[in-house]
Design a protein. Structure first.
Length: 541
């Protein structure tokens, strides 16, 4: 356990730092007044952020889906935080209660030529099924930094399975096959229901309102210091015997350079890299720019401290190929129910029950999400919100003959409506909405092909007071691009640095779960049986 004078410094106010602070207090018995969280922006939550008003429109750069089996660390965190100061109900209690009342069953998971198609047929060839089995059986050290496309035929990337899997988890053909393998194994229980998404769970509101705000309020109540608009510019290490430790934190506040000199037992938790760095927004009348400037945030610190320290990872592997790590999302606020009613009739799903709808013949590979309403705490009853994303923003649209990355919010919504067959209602729909596009240069940078050593361990070898947390540290068998990765890294860091002898929630391995395997056998989904026809040609009757 810690000493009373011991302090902890957390760099970045994303969910990994918020979780670390919770576990420092709960498991490490820290006084919150000895915890300092640096944040360059003026808002807490990192990538779990949302903002907006009914008048100007609501914005959520993305949303997170949760799984009962996979998110054990996240649910452990939720169980420790009350929903507000006056309630004994925890975030986990509220999460369970909410998901009892709203169930996901996607009836329009895939759409082609304006019609819902039968997504229960995967369409994977026997040859590619064998390749899948081979990948799942090979060690990661053999697969190394190869791409998914290095292992499958071109036809694999036109199957229903690929369309569903890549849009659920944001994979590209050039993504890491190691990450792809981890996702198959980590979410193997989702394979029999990937077309209906019945395993999906939601927070009551967007994750900023449902997760970031209540955790932040609890931390503030416990005295945690939030140093907002404070950009850490350097971490200085010194040798302490055979190990290194952070001795100084240098940061900028209001243009003035400041520093903290650390005590012998003080700790540092660092979110290295951010998937939403350099995000830019467009409007109804303008397209978002692509910010290609060299990041000056946590990416730069990581690059600086990793120089001559190979055990600190290799950040250029992840942030040097923007055209392969970027995609674009868009948030839509409706003041009229026309689109929402048409979408409900088309999809046969009420808001919040449909999971994802992917238009597979969209050049942009459009995916639409209608979350439970209201999606924001302050959202009026007569306002509806939905969002979407496109994995190929540099391709020209089918109807708007421009790259999505060059389109305004209005043009994006015209493309969406045309694909869904809402053409005659476009003038009325456009009068009542605000569509805000968002370009994210590094959103899938975690999936870039990499070797094991390219991501540092949570507590790197040769250090005594320092931990990496978040999406760009290495945790065996865990999957990045999840809240679970961030929370698990926080628990590992806190328990490891403080030498706490307490079990960490185990990683679920569905491939060894008899119930999961039984469900796979029941459905015949084994990438070799129910998979031999060109599935996306089968139109649902």
């Amino acid at each position: 356990m810690h000493k009373k004078s011991q302090k902890a410094y957390l760099i970045g106010a994303g969910i990994a730092s918020l979780a670390s602070a919770v576990y420092l207090i709960k498991d490490g018995e820290f006084d919150g007044k000895n915890i300092y969280i640096f944040e360059e922006a003026n808002k807490i939550g990192g990538s779990l952020d949302s903002i907006g008003t009914p008048e100007n429109g609501y914005i959520a750069r993305g949303g997170r889906m949760f799984s009962e089996e996979v998110y054990s660390c996240t649910y452990d965190l939720f169980s420790k935080i009350p929903i507000n100061e006056k309630s004994q109900k925890t975030l986990l209690d509220d999460f369970i209660e909410f998901n009892k009342g709203i169930k996901t069953y996607a009836k329009a998971r895939l759409v082609k030529k304006g019609k819902i198609i039968d997504s229960s047929v995967f369409g994977v060839s026997l040859k590619d099924s064998v390749k899948m089995i081979k990948i799942l059986s090979l060690p990661e050290s053999y697969l190394k930094d190869t791409k998914i496309s290095d292992h499958f035929s071109p036809a694999f990337f036109e199957t229903n399975f690929w369309f569903m899997w890549c849009t659920t988890f944001a994979f590209q053909p050039w993504s890491s096959v190691v990450e792809f393998k981890r996702y198959i194994l980590r979410f193997i229980q989702e394979l029999p229901r990937v077309n209906t998404m019945t395993g999906v769970r939601h927070t009551r509101y967007n994750q900023y309102d449902s997760v970031s705000i209540p955790i932040t309020n609890w931390l503030k109540k416990n005295g945690v210091n939030f140093l907002m608009e404070s950009r850490v510019s350097a971490l200085e290490f010194v040798k302490n015997g055979s190990k290194e430790q952070v001795e100084k934190i240098v940061y900028l506040k209001n243009g003035e350079q400041k520093e903290f000199i650390l005590g012998m037992n003080d700790l540092v938790f660092f979110i290295n890299g951010s998937m939403t760095t350099n995000s830019t927004f467009g409007s109804m009348t303008s397209a978002p720019t692509i910010n290609r400037e060299v990041p000056q945030d946590s990416w730069k610190i990581w690059k600086d401290i990793a120089e001559n320290r190979p055990h600190f990872g290799n950040p250029p592997v992840f942030n040097s190929q923007i055209d392969k790590s970027k995609w674009e999302s868009f948030s839509v606020t409706f003041r009229d129910c026309t689109f929402s009613n048409l979408m409900e009739i088309f999809s046969k799903n009420k808001p919040g029950t449909g999971g994802l709808t992917t238009i597979i013949d969209s050049n942009w590979l459009l995916t639409l999400v209608t979350p439970p309403q209201p999606h924001f705490i302050n959202q009026p009853d007569d306002i509806n919100v939905f969002w979407g994303y496109c994995l190929y923003p540099d391709k020209k649209g089918n109807y708007i003959h421009k790259k999505m990355s060059e389109c305004t919010g209005e043009e994006i919504m015209i493309e969406v409506c045309q694909h869904l067959g809402f053409s005659k209602d476009i003038p009325k729909i456009l009068k009542s909405l605000v569509c805000t596009p968002c370009m994210m240069p590094y959103i899938t940078s975690q999936f870039m092909p990499r070797k094991k050593e390219d991501r540092p361990k949570v507590i790197p070898d040769g250090t005594r007071n320092f931990a990496f947390i978040g999406q760009y540290c290495e945790i065996s068998d865990e999957v990045v691009f999840t809240v679970e990765q961030s929370v698990r890294s926080a628990i590992i860091a806190v328990h490891g640095l403080l030498k706490i002898k307490k079990d960490i929630p185990r990683i679920y391995h569905g491939q060894y779960d008899p119930k999961s395997l039984e469900e796979l056998l029941k459905t015949g989904i084994n990438f070799g049986l129910k998979t031999l026809m060109p599935a996306h040609e089968v139109i649902q009757k």
